[in-house]
Design a binder for this molecule. Structure first.
Ligand SMILES: *Cc1c(COP(=O)(O)O)cnc(C)c1O
Ligand SMILES: [Zn+2]
Length: 409
């Protein structure tokens, strides 16, 4: 029945109660618990079929892990050769904050300039395979840009709703890629309500974060890549800028699948969910020792990608953080802005505000002693700083055309 050669996807499971669902029809939230569905693979069969050496011999893109991805027929993969982003040391910044073994997984080189391309590559390809012709989603900007681009390649009509203060380049990216873009004077939660209304009328697939099961599978490849880049062993800490939390949930899922395959040992990295002080529902729930996340109101942060006041996957983020002896921490916009500058001047890497938040958090956790000097720490720079022209703007004086540079300096 199911061809197990390209994908080893076997079924979907309710993330709350484990109820099983068919993976080969379109699904949104589970009917049992209204919870996200997660993809399950036949790892027992795969264990005998696939080795790290097989992976190493494949092209340098995220489809090198195709057995652990949901697309069954490679003809539906219409991407940009995306993935296998660089991971490299930040020695000067690391030295300055007392974490000499600081590394960054830099997602800026991905298509459309953020790691949202991973979720879109897999989510759109699988949607196309399952017959979707039209989809809609709320977004803080980067996801809309990425999904619009992949939808253009797959011939799917995309409707994107984003807050007016999302980075302006992302609306142009989405609109130019042919998406129908609506700007809403509100937050991503307002955009989500509008999408829900449209989807309710039928004919449009709801591609909202975690309301379809495959975006997280694309984001999982961040975890697969990090572990492969470490030679199939885990670093001590991974710090992730957490909005909806899909990336963190995906990385944790990658770790568990790799353990089941026997490719990594029992050591897992401590996962750190980094949020902004102006939007920290997951941090609040973590500190209160709760399993469910309470929605926040009127949230605000310059790190737009992590301004998610009511994350649907909050429970799963908390589970991943706790299961790995990790933590959750909020940083201020002021501090993260200073880390954009510090990273740029010390390392030549202009991080996005979300990426800078992870560096800020690592510095704070080193100060508190939660991270030690010998820890090997990976921070995720989830997008290109270049996309945030307003946030990274620098005021510079302008001299007259006949001025002398010698005097000016
Ligand atoms: C969307 C986004 C995030 C947060 O992603 P989640 O995995 O949903 O938490 C972080 N950084 C950037 C740049 C983003 O666009
Ligand atoms: Zn359930």
């Amino acid at each position: 029945m199911t061809d197990l050669s390209f994908s080893y996807l076997s079924e979907l499971r309710c993330s709350k109660c484990d109820e099983r669902y068919d993976a080969d029809t379109l699904q949104n939230l589970s009917r049992c618990c209204s919870a996200p569905l997660l993809a399950v693979y036949d790892l027992t069969a795969l264990r005998d079929e696939l080795t790290p050496a097989d992976i190493a011999s494949r092209p340098s893109n995220l489809w090198r892990y195709h057995e652990l991805l949901p697309v069954r027929d490679p003809r539906f993969v219409r991407g940009f050769d995306e993935g296998m982003t660089p991971m490299f040391g930040l020695p000067r910044l690391g030295e300055a904050i007392g974490v000499p073994r600081l590394l960054v997984k830099d997602e800026a080189p991905l298509p459309t300039g953020s790691f949202k391309a991973r979720g879109a590559a897999v989510g759109v390809s699988r949607a196309a395979e399952l017959g979707v012709r039209r989809l809609a989603m709320p977004t803080n900007g980067n996801a809309g840009a990425a999904w619009a681009a992949y939808c253009a390649r797959s011939g799917i009509e995309a409707t994107v709703v984003m807050p007016t203060d999302a980075p302006t380049i992302t609306r142009s990216e989405a609109a130019l890629a042919g998406a129908s873009v609506t700007l809403v004077n509100g937050l991503i939660s307002d955009a989500g309500r509008m999408v829900g209304e449209l989807v309710g009328r039928g004919g449009v697939f709801d591609a909202s974060t975690l309301k379809e099961p495959y975006r997280v599978e694309g984001k999982k490849t961040m975890g697969l890549e990090i572990l492969e880049q470490f030679g199939w062993r885990a670093p001590d800490v991974i710090a992730y800028p957490t909005g909806g939390g899909v990336g963190l949930i995906g990385i944790y899922k990658a770790l568990l699948e790799l353990q089941t395959l026997g490719w990594i040992g029992s050591k897992l990295p401590r996962m750190v969910a980094v949020q902004a002080e102006g939007c920290d529902p997951i941090v609040q729930a973590f500190e209160r020792g709760e399993d469910e996340v309470q929605a926040q109101q009127d949230t605000r942060t310059i790190a737009f990608g992590i301004n998610v006041p009511s994350p649907l996957g909050g429970r799963l983020v908390l589970e991943a953080v706790r299961a790995t002896n990790g933590t959750a921490i909020a940083v201020s916009d002021e501090d993260l802005l200073s880390y954009i500058g510090r990273c740029a001047s010390m390392e030549g890497l202009l991080p996005c505000p979300e990426g800078a938040s992870t560096m800020t958090a690592v510095a704070a956790l080193r100060k508190s002693g939660w991270i030690s000097e010998s820890d090997e720490v990976v921070v995720l720079n989830t997008g290109a700083g270049n996309k945030y022209a307003d946030a990274v703007a620098v005021e510079l004086p302008i001299v007259q055309r006949d001025a002398s540079l010698v005097d000016a300096q």
